[in-house]
Design a protein. Structure first.
Length: 403
C-alpha cells in the first residue's frame, strides 16, 4: 500500500492537505469524492518508515484513546452522521499519529465498499478480536450505536480494573526501591569510611558493621559477575515468557500465589463473565461468543478448562454443568448461570456476576494493600535499624579506641 498526499477543498472552501495510504490514486479519488471534496492535486508520497512501522510493539494506541473514539463514534451514529464523515472528524481529533493513520486507512477501505468491522480488523493492536466481533454483529442487527456504547463501557471497566492493580503496586515498589537505594549508599560509601578509620586506630569493629562491610566488599569485587548473571536471568525469563509453555507456567504459578492468586482468579472470572454478557447482549453467535470470551480471559489454565466447556455447550449440555466440571469457578457463579439459563436471563445474570467479582477484586486489593503496607514498614524498619546500629556502633567503638 502506497502513501499519497492530496490537496483538496471542502464544501466550506477550506484547503485540506493530508497524507493517506491507498492501493492506487483512483482509490484516493473515490475516497475524496465520497467525502464531497473538490480535488486539486494527488501525488505519491515517498517517506522513510515510521517509528510504529519499524517497532510496532513499542508504539501503541492508548486504551483511553480507543475508549474515547468508541464513545464519540457511538454519538455520531446515534445522531445519524455517516460513518465515513464521523471517522474523518475523529481522525482530525486523534491524539496519536498511529490512530490518525489507522482511521485514514479505514476511511479508504469504507470508500471502496468494505464493512466497518473489516476495516477495523486490519488493526488488531487498536481494535482487538472482541471489538471487531461485536461491531460485526452490530452490522447484522443494525444496533451499531448501542453496541458501541456497550463496548466503551466494557473497555472502561476493564481499564479501571487494570489501573487499580497498577496503583496497588506503586506504594510497595517505591518503599522497596528507596530502601535499596539507602542501603546501597550506606554500604558503598559510609561504612568503608569507618573501616579506614578503624584501620588507622587499630580498633576492632562491631559484628553488624563487619557483616555489612563484607557484603559491600563482595558486591564491589563481583559487581560485573552479578550484573551479567542478573542480565542473563532477566533475558532468560523474557525469552521464556515469549514461549507458550513459559507463559502457561507463569499463569499457573500466579494463580497459586498467596493473596495475589485469589485476586487474579477473581479478575479472570470477572472478565470472562463480563465478556460473555456483553457479547450476548450484542447478539454475537454462540460459537463466536465462546471463542472470543476464552481468548479474553488471558490465563492459560482457564483457557484450557473453558475449551472443554465450549465443546460440551455445542454438544447441547447447557452452560452451568460444563462450567461446574472445570472446578475453576466458585459455586456462586455456577448458581447464577444455572438460574439465568432456567429463567432466560443469562446475559443479565452474567453481568451481575461480573459486577460482584469486580467488587471482590477491589475489596481484596484493598485488603492486600492493608497487609502489605505494615509488613513493608516493619521489614524496612528492621533493615534501617540494622543499618543504623552498624553505623552508630562503630562511632562509640571508635571513641573508646581513641580514649
Amino acid at each position: 500500500m502506497a502513501r499519497y498526499r492530496y490537496v483538496a477543498y471542502d464544501s466550506a472552501g477550506r484547503r485540506l492537505t493530508r497524507a493517506v495510504a491507498a492501493q492506487s490514486d483512483d482509490q484516493v479519488k473515490r475516497m475524496l469524492w465520497d467525502q464531497g471534496l473538490h480535488i486539486v492535486d494527488i501525488r505519491t508520497r515517498t517517506q522513510m518508515p515510521s517509528l510504529e512501522e519499524l517497532f510496532p510493539s513499542f508504539v501503541r494506541v492508548r486504551r483511553s484513546e480507543v475508549i474515547l473514539f468508541t464513545r464519540q463514534l457511538a454519538t455520531f451514529v446515534r445522531v445519524g452522521m455517516p460513518i465515513v464523515e464521523g471517522l474523518g472528524v475523529l481522525r482530525d481529533q486523534a491524539g496519536s499519529n498511529v490512530m490518525k493513520r489507522a482511521l485514514g486507512e479505514m476511511i479508504m477501505d469504507l470508500g471502496t465498499g468494505a464493512a466497518l468491522s473489516a476495516a477495523m480488523a486490519r488493526f488488531p493492536r487498536i481494535f482487538p478480536a472482541l471489538y471487531v466481533d461485536m461491531i460485526r454483529s452490530a452490522e447484522v442487527s443494525g444496533n451499531l450505536d448501542e453496541v458501541l456504547r456497550q463496548l466503551a463501557t466494557y473497555m472502561a471497566r476493564d481499564e479501571g480494573a487494570k489501573r487499580k492493580v497498577r496503583s496497588a503496586m506503586i506504594y510497595p515498589a517505591i518503599v522497596v526501591g528507596l530502601a535499596l537505594v539507602v542501603i546501597s549508599v550506606l554500604i558503598g560509601f559510609v561504612l568503608p569510611a569507618f573501616a579506614n578509620l578503624f584501620g588507622e586506630f587499630q580498633a576492632s569493629m562491631p559484628l553488624p558493621t563487619m557483616i555489612l562491610l563484607a557484603v559491600g566488599q563482595f558486591c564491589r569485587e563481583h559487581a560485573l559477575l552479578m550484573f551479567v548473571t542478573l542480565a542473563a536471568l532477566v533475558g532468560a525469563c523474557a525469552i521464556l515468557a515469549t514461549t507458550q509453555s513459559g507463559h502457561d507456567a507463569f499463569d499457573t504459578i500466579v494463580l497459586r500465589l498467596p493473596m495475589l492468586g485469589v485476586i487474579v482468579r477473581y479478575a479472570v472470572i470477572e472478565r470472562y463473565m463480563r465478556t460473555l454478557g456483553t457479547l450476548a447482549q450484542a447478539g454475537v453467535p454462540i460459537t463466536k461468543m465462546l471463542d472470543t470470551a476464552i481468548t479474553a480471559v488471558g490465563n492459560a489454565e482457564y483457557r484450557i478448562g473453558l475449551a472443554s466447556v465450549r465443546e460440551d455447550m455445542l454438544s447441547g449440555e447447557g452452560f452451568a454443568g460444563p462450567l461446574e466440571r472445570t472446578g475453576l469457578f466458585p459455586r456462586l457463579v455456577i448458581q447464577m448461570v444455572r438460574v439465568g439459563e432456567e429463567t432466560g436471563s443469562l446475559d443479565a445474570n452474567l453481568e451481575q456476576a461480573a459486577e460482584h467479582y469486580a467488587e471482590e477484586v477491589d475489596y481484596r486489593l484493598k485488603r492486600m494493600i492493608a497487609v502489605i503496607e505494615p509488613a513493608l514498614v516493619i521489614a524496612v524498619g528492621v533493615m534501617v535499624g540494622f543499618i543504623a546500629v552498624s553505623v552508630i556502633a562503630p562511632m562509640y567503638a571508635l571513641v573508646h579506641a581513641i580514649h
